[in-house]
Design a protein around this ligand. Sequence first.
Ligand code: ADE
Length: 228
Amino acid sequence: MRIDILTILPSLLDGPFSASILKRAQDKGLVTICVHNIRDYSTSKQKSVDDYQYGGGAGMVMSCEPIVALIDKLKLERTYDEIIYMTPDGELLEQDACNQLSLKKNLIILCGHYKGVDERIREHYITREISIGSYVLSGGELGAAVLSDAIIRLIPGVLNDETSALSDSFQDNLLSPPVYTRPPEFNGWKVPEVLLSGDFAKIDKWRENQALIRTQQRRPDLLNKDEG
Ligand code: ADE
């Protein structure tokens, strides 16, 4: 998979892709992340990437010209499955969308700033708009990192234990059960007996039951959801 991220603040994306699982996925050649600075595609003298909004009002709008130049260049080089715009008014990101996107080959993620991008980019280039939650961030970069992480960890071979992504919270519309590690007793707090029993059928049953209880208590909405 290849993900091209379009931003006016590329350094914001240095951290998330340079450690742990996302770094390993790149080192193994399972994903290529290319971060592009939109400013490099501005033809104005000041390398500007935004302008005042028509009709007046506070806040700048990201201009069409450099974004179109960059996307057109990328589209000449390969075919993209989706051109995603990170925005608080997009579809709320859910596990189903991450599962779908993890099967794609080439993705573009456009990060917005200020008041967002000129609507004509959304109309003519963007195929999908995604929000990572009902709150407003300073820009789309952190959202792009969240989305990329959620997708990349699902690519076969990225996680060491292939089954571990399948047992994530949300994959069956269920939250994960509680987990414990050594010691069996800490500060007088004991690990549930069943987990020490070595009876794996019983352990599976206990985990299923705990996942159900946790989901009922914390996210009952998930239990009424159709299987994706
Ligand atoms: N940009 C600003 N806020 C955002 C959000 N909640 N999700 C995605 N992109 C954003």
